[in-house]
Write a protein that binds this ligand. Structure first.
Ligand SMILES: Nc1ncnc2c1ncn2[C@@H]1O[C@H](COP(=O)(O)OP(=O)(O)OP(=O)(O)O)[C@@H](O)[C@H]1O
Length: 768
């Protein structure tokens, strides 16, 4: 099989292709292309880790509407404002007319009226016929307005505010003389409309039919133009109080008596209770009150009521159909949105872009066989090997994920290995789908592209951290993920399979609301006895033995696993190396130097380390032949740049205040909600102690001492047994050649193991 070419030390790393748009670790030097994004095109919902209420950051808490200690006053006020407006309940309404008639009328009232001449007014407007301001103005001279007064009150749908009423009462005498000629509904004042919209119907007061002379003057002026206020007539009508014609006659005969009667009637009528705003102090206060049959909700097509939220989201198509019976939804009529970037055709008869990626459009169909046709719905991610799209099986209607591999032969060949390994895992190794491996359903070729059909999963762990504003997850959640990853790693080790590309991007949640994960992307995987490639693993998660160029085994997955666990705690990668030199520098500075036997064996050791030999007289002689004790020193930045001027290595960016793993973990900031509880702080610090011990057993530079997944599974961090400060893995059948022992063995012990280690590693075939 053709090997993906080795990349010179100073070049960018093809394994790094995460979406770096908001990544604090993004440096152009450290990644290949920012287009290659695992989250390309995805809309990132603001994720607030549902299993980690403790750690929800301030911003995130606002997103989910959580109130409480995380909210500051300004946010609180804004939050309340939004809640207030959503609590305003519309007034009781007569059955509404077809809103489309109204809209059309607003556009062209006269033609609309003509078009609807066959329809009688009561059919169109069951609540009473509205009169549009402009239309009214056109048809009636000021003196004539009273003739249509029977209809006019029907247009008044909102109550006046208290001070208006007072004004009205004062002007009542004057109005009595003019009432027949000056009764103009205040509705036409669109500002009033806007202001009153949130005032509920219980304050409805017939006095509001009257307007003050000053108001009338301004209204008359505004109505003298043909402007139609930008108010939906549907809304006007919907709030229209019924039986207005008789009322207005009575009102005209004796307005004073009428008003008194109305006031008395109103006092006798039971008051409608409007929901009151309450300040939300805690989560408890957010308990929703659910009415089985809420008022004012529109009916669905099946005569059940549906909430406005459902109506405008889940039931959008039904909502459209209710508004316009002619509306028919057809996906095929949707415009085809391109999902691939760049979208210009270059190869494969224009089907592929410059990167040999198939140019995908929404509503494309992948596959030709009847039962294997997949309708493209959206993009899920993009990686080195191709694009992953959300699709629907046109026959079964199942929603699945399809990975469309690039059409280049090296990617195709490598992906055929992924197919073989996934088939092996799905059919033989984990036939009952119990060990957190991705399921593959099908594979086929479409326009020279290998397509792999997978079960649809949710966000990957990198996206999870990103959406959590790069804050670490709770201990509880880290433990849940750790157990599942270890379960998979045990199975892989027993099957002698190496994943070779474990990273947060390749661990996906099964669904957004459950802490259940699966491991994906077996495109770089291999059998432990066939470790063909030396340039493997994404840099941040690359094991020291791979960097140094010595034979490797399943223990490289354990290194990546350790880096992932640390990242889940810290929220950001523990070793975010900008180059291989930078990567090994970070590892050495944070942990320790690799043992001598590794450096002696490493093909790449001389790139990064300077060998010194202590001569017999005790002087350090860099160039002396091997006499006395040999030591390795990491090259300084200056000497590395002198040797490899093209590398142009930059000083390490410091993402943590502390250098050593111990200090980084211990001093990591405490979650806000435990900061004031000494008890919770003690518990957190005990958990950190245990995590630190766990990590130091896994992030052991010596692959032969690094804990195996079976050993790690027995650690108190995983089992939740009490951690006493010391723990040694019990001897297991699954060791790395050295059974048991703490991560920090003495140098004396190490030297004893060196011979055995070298022997064992040499027995692994290294084909290059
Ligand atoms: N089954 C799936 N369901 C949902 N999303 C998926 C699925 N498989 C992959 N993805 C998304 O697509 C991204 C890329 O997938 P994958 O890692 O398989 O591609 P790749 O080309 O092999 O990437 P890499 O560069 O890591 O090798 C993943 O990080 C994930 O976000």
């Amino acid at each position: 099989m053709e090997q993906i070419s080795e990349v010179p030390l100073e070049e960018t790393d093809p394994m790094d292709n995460r979406d770096n748009s908001a990544d604090p670790f993004y440096t152009p030097h450290s990644h290949t292309d920012s287009e290659s994004s695992s989250a390309l095109g995805q809309q990132h919902l603001q994720f607030t880790n549902p299993w980690d209420s403790k750690k929800i950051p301030k911003q995130a808490s606002a997103h989910v509407g959580l109130n409480g200690p995380h909210m500051d006053a300004a946010m609180d006020a804004e939050y309340m404002k939004r809640r207030k407006s959503s609590l305003v309940i519309p007034p009781a309404r007569a059955p509404g007319p077809n809103p489309f008639h109204y809209d059309a009328m607003l556009m062209n009232p006269s033609s609309m009226m003509q078009n609807n001449s066959s329809m009688n007014m009561s059919e169109m407007y069951p609540g009473g016929a509205p009169q549009l301001a402009g239309q009214q103005q056109h048809q009636l001279a000021p003196g004539q307005m009273m003739h249509s007064a029977e209809h006019r009150p029907s247009l008044v749908y909102q109550q006046q505010e208290a001070h208006h009423i007072q004004q009205i009462m004062q002007a009542q005498q004057a109005q009595q003389k003019q009432i027949n000629t000056r009764l103009v509904p205040s509705l036409y004042n669109s500002q009033d409309y806007q202001r009153r919209q949130s005032v509920a119907a219980t304050q409805y007061n017939p006095q509001s039919y009257y307007t003050s002379p000053t108001q009338n003057a301004s209204i008359s002026a505004s109505n003298s133009t043909t402007n139609i206020p930008l108010i939906s007539p549907y809304r006007r009508l919907s709030a229209f109080p019924t039986a207005q014609t008789t009322l207005s006659n009575a009102m005209r005969r004796n307005p004073e008596e009428f008003l008194n009667q109305q006031q008395q009637q109103q006092q006798q009528q039971p008051q409608i209770t409007i929901p009151q705003m309450n300040i939300v102090h805690s989560r408890q206060d957010l308990k929703p009150q659910i009415n089985k049959l809420p008022k004012y909700r529109r009916a669905s097509l099946h005569s059940k009521t549906i909430s406005p939220l459902i109506g405008l989201t889940k039931n959008l198509i039904t909502t459209y159909q209710l508004c316009s019976p002619d509306f028919v939804y057809q996906t095929s009529k949707n415009p085809k949105r391109v999902l691939t970037k760049p979208s210009e055709g270059k190869y494969n008869n224009g089907f592929d872009n410059v990167n040999s990626d198939y140019i995908l459009y929404v509503n494309d169909v992948l596959g030709v066989e009847q039962s294997r046709k997949y309708l493209v719905l959206d993009i899920l991610g993009q990686g080195t090997f191709g694009q992953v799209v959300k699709c629907q099986n046109l026959m079964t209607k199942d929603i699945i994920a399809v990975k469309v591999i690039k059409s280049k032969s090296e990617y195709l060949n490598q992906s055929l290995t992924e197919v073989k390994i996934l088939e092996l895992i799905n059919e033989k190794i984990d036939p009952h789908n119990k060990h957190h491996f991705l399921r593959m359903y099908d594979s086929f070729i479409h326009k020279n592209h290998l397509c792999l059909v997978f079960e649809l999963l949710s966000n990957n762990l990198y996206e999870l951290l990103k959406q959590n504003q790069y804050h670490g997850l709770s201990m509880q959640l880290i433990k849940i993920f750790t157990r599942q990853m270890l379960d998979s790693l045990c199975i892989l080790k027993d099957s002698k399979l190496i994943h070779c590309d474990l990273k947060p991007e390749n661990i996906l949640l099964c669904s957004p609301d459950k802490p259940e994960i699966k491991i994906i992307d077996f495109g770089s995987s291999c059998d432990e006895s066939k470790t063909v490639y030396t340039y493997i693993q994404s840099r941040f998660y690359r094991a020291p033995e791979v960097i140094l160029g010595i034979p490797y085994s399943t223990s490289i997955d354990m290194w990546s696993f350790g880096c992932i666990v640390a990242e889940l705690f810290l929220g950001i990668p523990i070793f975010p190396g900008a180059s291989e030199y930078n990567q090994i520098t970070r590892i050495v500075n944070t942990l320790e130097s690799p043992p001598n036997w590794m450096l002696e064996m490493g093909k790449n050791t001389s790139k990064f380390f300077r060998r010194t030999t202590t001569s017999t007289n005790g002087n350090t002689d860099f160039n002396a032949p091997n006499v006395g004790e040999t030591k390795f020193h990491l090259k300084s930045l200056e000497s590395f740049n002198r040797e490899y001027p093209n590398a142009n290595e930059q000083p390490s960016k410091q993402y943590f205040k502390w250098t050593k793993l111990h200090d980084i973990i211990k001093n990591y900031k405490l979650a806000r909600n435990i900061q004031h509880s000494p008890e919770l702080i003690d518990q957190e610090m005990a958990n950190r102690e245990c995590l630190l011990h766990f990590l130091s057993g896994i992030l052991n530079l010596n692959p032969l001492e690094r804990w195996t997944p079976h050993e790690a599974s027995m650690h108190p961090f995983v089992t939740n047994q009490p951690f006493t400060g010391e723990w040694y893995p019990p001897a297991t059948m699954h060791g790395n050649g050295v059974t048991g022992g703490p991560s920090h063995r003495s140098n004396r012990h190490l030297s004893l193991h060196e011979g055995a280690a070298a022997k064992q590693l040499n027995s692994l075939t290294l084909k290059e």
